[in-house]
Design a protein around this ligand. Structure first.
Ligand SMILES: Nc1ncnc2c1ncn2[C@@H]1O[C@H](COP(=O)(O)OP(=O)(O)OP(=O)(O)O)[C@@H](O)[C@H]1O
Ligand SMILES: [Mg+2]
Length: 429
């Protein structure tokens, strides 16, 4: 891959797509990163802008945010990159030329090894400079998401707690945030490094149905994560509140929200591992957002915590308990099926909850899953059953689930679904 022509070609593409004159574009470097983590190549595109406020308002991006792309060849990357900028933007085209984009793709192309000596020297010098720039950039990136908890004004202490955290409502730089103090027994430097890596990735995610990570404190004594505040709290509490009326249309919308958030996370190669109605949050306009993914993984090692089991019994896919075989993103589809069941039963207690692991595994294997209320429209009941299938291969993926939900939505007049009440107090046994 020839770097110079790549930069020129990319500049031309940005010019053709957005009308940004090539001389106004600032492209620092192009590299590929061989991702150790996923065994494939990732390309990151770094967006820089002189006007921070505009960047945040128009793109919901923070200075230095990176867009990750997954193909290794340039002719695939460039259109994808421009699409993702377009997708992220609702900006009028005439204002786009006010932006500067810095594209950063790390690593070397094979052609590099065949350069003449003096060219190699030049490129080595260039690389050294790039590495320095990269280090500086990493430092400034860290500064972007590292938060000192003393800057958070706690307005409602201890509004909730779970397995590993105490949650407070706070204000940080004029924004309402959830401040989650994490409690882990032993944190080694290795664990902390993995945690920082994960936080860096998570802080770059943006989706309407995914709770935004604002930052984290990685000082082991004050270990915490800070996310956007989601005012109606956990979906579980909304479902259990019998002052809130829900109809089947509301359930379809919630199901769609979660499926869209999960499809996004899976497209970013993030497996949730603990999807349940406690970890789905509801905002003021009743949009459901997926929370609590990713950051717990590096912390949940035998060294750092007593919690060796991933997931929560009742929601966890059986293959997670069968330590020998490994598992993949379809574990989240299983848990999603249980979440759909919670939605239509308004948070009824799942009879499989709290069973010892082996017993739980056998019940799921024998398809002794919780019963579905008789009023539930048949296609939705079938969707739930397909999601919690014992065999991972039998479960749909999230794009297929989204298509299925869309078909159910279009199957009937919305008024017909509005008329179906979702009652409280369903008895599953
Ligand atoms: N971003 C947020 N906005 C508003 N409320 C939140 C937010 N994050 C968490 N909460 C509230 O805090 C409670 C506790 O959250 P936490 O994640 O610690 O525990 P959990 O989800 O109930 O259980 P688990 O530890 O198994 O995830 C949630 O149930 C929810 O009511
Ligand atoms: Mg949680």
């Amino acid at each position: 891959m020839d770097r110079t022509s790549d930069v020129q070609a990319l500049k031309q593409l940005l010019f053709a797509k957005f009308g940004i004159p090539p001389e106004k574009q600032r492209i620092l470097r192009i590299d590929n990163i061989m991702s150790q983590k996923y065994g494939d190549i990732k390309i990151s595109a770094c967006v820089l802008d002189q006007d921070k406020k505009k960047l945040i308002a128009d793109y919901q991006l923070v200075n230095g945010d990176k867009l990750y792309l997954e193909e290794s060849r340039f002719h695939i990357i460039a259109p994808r990159f421009t699409q993702s900028i377009q997708g992220a933007s609702a900006l009028a085209s005439e204002r786009l030329n006010e932006l500067e984009y810095s594209i950063q793709l790390r690593a070397k192309s094979p052609e590099h090894h065949h350069q003449h000596l003096h060219e190699r020297k030049i490129s080595e010098e260039k690389e050294e400079k790039e590495e320095e720039e990269e280090e500086e950039e990493e430092k400034s990136e860290e500064a972007l998401w590292e938060i000192d908890p003393s800057e958070i004004l706690i307005v409602k202490p201890k509004i909730g707690h779970g397995k590993t955290a105490i949650v407070h409502k706070g204000i940080w730089r004029l924004a309402e945030v959830a401040y989650k103090e994490l409690t882990y027994a032993r944190l080694t430097e290795q664990v902390m490094r993995a945690f920082r890596e994960e936080v860096k990735t998570l802080s770059q995610l943006r989706h309407e149905n995914v709770v935004m990570l604002v930052g984290a404190c990685t000082d082991p004594k004050k270990l915490s994560i800070i996310t956007e505040w989601v005012p109606r709290g956990a979906l579980r509490d909304v479902l259990l509140n019998n002052h809130i009326k829900l109809n089947f249309n509301n359930v379809l919308k919630m199901a769609m929200d979660v499926a869209c958030g999960m499809a996004y996370l899976h497209s970013r190669r993030i497996i949730h591992r603990d999807l349940k109605s406690h970890n789905l949050l509801v905002d003021e306009s009743w949009t459901v957002k997926v929370a609590d993914f990713g950051y717990a993984k590096p912390l949940s090692t035998d060294e750092s915590t007593a919690l060796t089991e991933v997931g929560t019994s009742g929601w966890v896919a059986p293959e997670v308990l069968d330590g020998d075989n490994g598992y993949n993103k379809s574990v989240d589809v299983f848990s999603y099926g249980v979440c759909l069941w919670e939605m239509i039963t308004r948070g009824s207690s799942n009879p499989l909850c709290g069973l010892p692991a082996l017993r739980y595994y056998r019940e799921v294997e024998a398809n002794n899953m919780p019963s579905i209320p008789a009023w539930c429209p048949a296609p939705f009941a079938r969707l739930i059953q397909s999601c919690w299938a014992f065999r991972p291969e039998a479960r749909p993926d999230f794009p297929a689930i989204i298509a299925g939900l869309r078909a159910i939505m279009q199957d009937k007049d919305p008024a017909a679904y509005d008329a179906i009440d979702v009652p409280c107090n369903f008895n599953p046994s």
